[in-house]
Design a protein around this ligand. Structure first.
Ligand code: PMP
Length: 400
C-alpha cells in the first residue's frame, strides 16, 4: 500500500550532517549544524550540567513519574525569570503563562498550534531569510506564512526600511516572528533604537510579536543583554509570545528542553490561555520529558551553579568571537578579494558569508567543507586548527 510513497529530500540543515558523515576524507569539516564544538572539535557537555546531573542522580527521592501536561513547575517559573528578568512586573502580576516544551522547535510549534485555534488572525510574517524550519512549523500548524524584508545583501546589514515598510503594510493583528538575538542565519540584529522603532510599529498596528529566543547568552555574552528586545515588548504591557531553547546556551541539544511563554494582559486571561495550551499539548505528546528540565531547574535555582553557567556560556561565546577574528585575519593574509568585515561584525553562532550555492558546492567537493547552500557557516564548529583550511577553501571559491 505504500509502494507509491515518494522519497522525501533530506532536511536542508540536518542533511548537511548526513552528507558529512558519508565523506571519508580526514580533513572534512562540518559547519552546517549550529552545534558548539571545542577547540579540539569535540561536542561539549558543560561542567554545570555534569554537576547538576550528579546532584539529580544522588537524590534518591527523585522518581520517574509523568510530569504535568505543562511540565516541571520550577523549570517554568525559572525560565520565565531568566527571560523577562527576576523583577518583571508581568511575572509578579501573574500575566505570564509558561509551559515546558520540546526545545525551541516544540515551543514554536505549540505556540503556533495555539494561535491557529485561538487567535483571529492566521497570517504570520517571518524574516527573509530565517531559520529554515520556521516556514514548515507555522505552515503545518495551519498558519499562512508571509515574509518581511530583513537582510540587505548589499550592505550585509539590516534592511530596516524594508522591514518597517513590510510590517507597516501587514494586516492588523498579523503575527510577527522576531529573533530575540543572534539572528539565524544572518548574524544581523537590530540595534536597540531599531528595536524601539519595530516595537512602536508593531504596537501601533496591533500586530502580535512572537519571539524565537534560541541563543540567549550567545550574542552580547550576557543573558540579560540578550533578553533586552523581549523585555522592551513585555515592558509596554502588550501581549507577547516567546519560544525559548536551552539547546545552545546550556548545550542540551538532545535533551529537547525549552519553554513557551505567553504574556497576557490580565492574570485571568493568562490562566485561560494555559488551559487551552494543555488542550494543544495533551494529544500531541501528552507531557514533556523530565530529565533536561530538571537539569535546567537545578542550575537556575542554585546561585553558584548559575554563576558558573554564565562563565561557561561566556567562554563559548568568546571562543566563537575568536574564531571570527582568526577567519577574518586568515582571509586578509591570503589577500582574498572582497570585504570580509561582516565576519567580525555579525553576531552569534553563524556567519552569513555571502558565498553562493555554486561556491558552497565547490568548497564541499574540493575541500570537504560542509555548510548550508545559503553560505551560512557555523562559527561554533571551527577551531584554530581548521581556520586555515576554511580560509584556503573560501579563497579558492572566490578566485577560481
Ligand atoms: N530557532 C532558531 C532560530 C534556531 O536556530 C534553532 C536551532 N537551530 C531553533 C529555533 C530550535 O532549536 P531546538 O529545537 O534544537 O531548540
Amino acid at each position: 500500500v505504500f509502494a507509491n510513497v515518494v522519497r522525501a529530500p533530506e532536511d536542508p540543515i540536518l542533511g548537511v550532517t548526513v552528507a558529512y558523515n558519508k565523506d571519508p576524507s580526514p580533513v572534512k569539516l562540518n559547519l552546517g549544524v549550529g552545534a558548539y564544538r571545542t577547540e579540539e572539535g569535540k561536542p561539549l557537555v558543560l561542567n554545570v550540567v555534569r554537576k547538576a546531573e550528579q546532584l539529580l542522580v544522588n537524590d534518591r527521592s527523585r522518581v520517574k513519574e509523568y510530569l504535568p501536561i505543562v511540565g516541571l513547575a520550577d523549570f517554568n517559573k525559572l525560565s520565565a525569570k531568566l527571560l523577562l528578568g527576576a523583577d518583571s512586573p508581568a511575572i509578579q502580576g501573574n500575566l505570564v503563562t509558561t509551559v515546558q516544551c520540546l526545545s525551541g522547535t516544540g515551543s514554536l510549534r505549540v505556540g503556533a498550534e495555539f494561535l491557529a485555534r485561538n487567535y483571529h488572525q492566521r497570517t504570520i510574517y517571518i524574516p527573509n531569510p530565517t531559520w529554515g524550519n520556521h516556514t514548515k512549523i507555522f505552515t503545518l500548524a495551519g498558519l499562512n506564512v508571509k515574509s518581511y524584508r530583513y537582510y540587505d545583501p548589499v550592505t550585509r546589514g539590516l534592511n530596516i526600511q524594508g522591514l518597517l515598510e513590510d510590517l507597516g503594510s501587514a494586516p492588523s493583528g498579523a503575527i510577527v516572528l522576531l529573533h530575540a538575538c543572534a539572528h539565524n542565519p544572518t548574524g544581523v540584529d537590530p540595534t536597540i533604537q531599531q528595536w524601539e522603532q519595530i516595537r512602536r510599529l508593531i504596537r501601533s498596528k496591533s500586530l502580535l510579536p512572537f519571539f524565537d529566543s534560541a541563543y540567549q547568552g550567545f550574542a552580547s555574552g550576557s543573558l540579560d543583554g540578550d533578553a533586552q528586545s523581549v523585555r522592551m515588548f513585555v515592558g509596554d504591557g502588550g501581549e507577547c509570545f516567546i519560544a525559548q531553547s536551552y539547546a545552545k546556551n546550556m548545550g542540551l541539544y538532545g535533551e529537547r528542553v525549552g519553554a513557551l511563554s505567553i504574556v497576557c494582559r490580565t492574570a485571568d486571561v493568562a490562566s485561560r490561555v494555559e488551559s487551552q495550551l494543555k488542550l494543544v499539548i495533551r494529544p500531541m505528546y501528552s507531557n514533556p520529558p523530565i530529565h533536561g528540565a530538571s537539569i535546567v531547574a537545578t542550575v537556575l535555582k542554585d546561585r553558584n551553579l548559575f554563576h558558573e553557567w554564565t562563565l561557561e556560556l561566556k567562554a563559548m561565546a568568546d571562543r566563537i568571537i575568536t574564531m571570527r577574528q582568526q577567519l577574518f585575519d586568515a582571509l586578509r593574509a591570503r589577500g582574498t578579494p572582497g570585504d570580509w568585515s561582516h565576519i567580525i561584525k555579525q553576531i552569534g553562532m553563524f556567519t552569513f558569508t555571502g558565498l553562493n550555492s555554486k561556491q558552497v558546492t565547490f568548497m564541499t567537493k574540493e575541500y570537504h567543507i560542509y555548510m548550508t547552500s545559503d553560505g551560512r557557516i557555523s562559527m561554533a564548529g571551527l577551531s584554530s586548527r581548521t581556520v586555515p583550511h576554511l580560509a584556503d577553501a573560501i579563497h579558492a571559491a572566490v578566485t577560481t
